[in-house]
Design a protein around this ligand. Structure first.
Ligand code: PLP
Length: 446
């Protein structure tokens, strides 16, 4: 029996889930019986991961839950095909169908972001950034990017990366109040004459004035690059400023707020298309991961729907609900609050480090990550802050009132971390909310 799964039609989806659960219950034929039969160790590990995802409140702001359609494309036969090159210009035979799906991914991404040119082959966000540097720069060229402890990403010139040895990264910082300091960026740009000015962050919670950056870049003859890895879904939905139409190059991951498979993507102006494409292949990569590209196409189609706009709006509303509770607390909300999906919080006023906060919250089923705060006096492995966000929980259907409860519970647990009663109460809340908003119901790898 072939059951067509059509995400546009919720009735079909419901039928599909009904039929699957019926099969499981009546005939005991699990969905992924092959894996559990041939490799029970891996099947068990994946099933246990599914259990973990179901039973915790996932608040790491870079994570999300993809649709079953995305999962299906990821686990498809498209993984079998070598397709070096681009649609219509491949080095291998037999690429007709792969060309179709990669072209669809490109066309949908163009529509989603208003891009002139798109390359969907970067394996992830970090390789996408490296491809851009190698396309547009020569060794030792200067890149002006955000200081890491102020919200920048490792691939923006952290000394631990190979890129930091190849290029001359210069760092700007946020103001004392934690806003992007455009005057400071202008001063640094005039002083250092960078070839590239880079914006886009992993732990910065405010809106970005791309027009101001573009003006500074034009003044000093620099190229502009935005790395929208975290906020791509919000931009696609029109809920945050879009740099794609004005900047030279924009990179992103596809697995954060965009809610697609783990992967990267580069969007650019037509005049950079050739340099970008040849930097990705053959410059840095070999055969593209076409199963992953198929899944990107599926996610882009989902993101083009009105329901995704509602999703993005709710992500922001939920982050504002968290902000409301933390604003009135003893913990220190960095950057004064949030305009996007995440919050960065200095927990040291509560008498513990970010690492200690992460560990105690893990123990009650709330998952988030320790994070540096601007000019953090502590170390990256045991920093002052925690970073948390709403994309994954919003996918599960949680709303503002749930967020307020969760924020209050986080504060209670951090403040009374040796009190077993408080922790038990937190665990009960996690259980209640995760049961009320089930994840991948009727799904099993065993
Ligand atoms: C997550 C992220 C990346 C890296 O993406 P990976 O897929 O982990 O390689 C790059 N830049 C920014 C701003 C990010 O947040």
């Amino acid at each position: 029996m072939i059951i067509k799964m059509d995400n546009e039609n919720t009735n079909t989806l419901r039928n599909y889930e009904f039929v699957n659960s019926y099969i499981i219950r009546v005939f005991a034929i699990p969905i992924m019986s092959y894996l559990s039969q041939t490799d029970p160790e891996i099947a068990n590990a994946i099933e246990a991961e599914l259990g973990r995802e179901r039973h915790v409140l996932e608040m790491i702001p870079s994570e999300n839950f993809v649709s079953r359609a995305v999962l299906e494309a990821l686990g498809s036969v498209a993984t079998n095909k070598y397709a070096e090159g681009l649609p219509g210009q491949r080095y291998y035979g037999g690429c007709d169908e792969i060309d179709k799906l990669e072209s669809l991914a490109i066309e949908r991404a163009k529509k989603l972001f208003g891009a002139e040119h798109v390359n969907v082959q970067p394996l992830s966000g970090a390789p996408a950034n490296i491809a851009v540097y190698s396309a547009l720069l020569k060794p030792d060229d200067a890149i002006l990017g955000m200081d890491l402890s102020h919200g920048g990403h490792l691939t923006h010139g952290s000394p631990v990366t190979w890129m930091a040895k190849l290029f001359n990264f210069i760092r700007y910082k946020t103001t004392a109040e934690g806003k992007i300091d455009y005057d400071h960026i202008r001063t640094m740009a005039h002083e250092h004459k960078p070839k590239l000015i880079l914006v886009g962050y992993s732990a910065y919670t405010r809106e970005i004035d791309y027009a101001a950056i573009k003006t500074i870049a034009d003044d000093v003859g620099a190229l502009t690059m935005a790395d929208i890895a975290h906020i791509a879904g919000l931009i696609a939905a029109g809920e945050m400023n879009n740099p794609v139409t004005s900047f030279d190059v924009v990179t992103t991951t596809t697995h954060k707020t965009l809610r697609g498979p783990r992967g990267g993507m580069i969007m650019c102006k037509k005049n950079h298309a050739k340099a970008i494409d040849s930097a990705v292949f053959p410059g840095l990569q070999g055969g593209p991961h076409e199963n992953n590209i198929a899944a990107k196409a599926v996610a882009f189609k989902e993101a083009l729907k009105p329901s995704f706009k509602e999703y993005a709006k709710q992500i922001k509303k939920n982050a504002k609900a968290l902000e409301k509770v933390f604003t009135g607390s003893n913990a220190k909300l960095m950057f004064g609050g949030t305009d996007n999906h995440m919050l960065l919080i200095d927990v040291t006023p509560l008498g513990l480090s970010g690492k200690e906060a992460q560990i105690v919250l893990d123990s009650v089923g709330i998952t988030l990550n320790k994070n540096m705060i601007p000019d953090d006096p502590r170390s990256p492995m045991d920093p002052s802050g925690i970073r948390l966000g709403t994309p994954a929980l919003t996918t599960r259907g949680l709303k503002e009132a749930d967020m307020e409860r969760i924020a209050q519970t986080i504060l209670d647990v951090l403040t009374h971390r040796t009190d077993d009663g408080v922790k038990d109460k937190a665990r009960a809340m996690v259980k209640e909310l995760t049961e009320k908003h089930p994840l991948y119901p009727d799904f099993s790898y065993l």
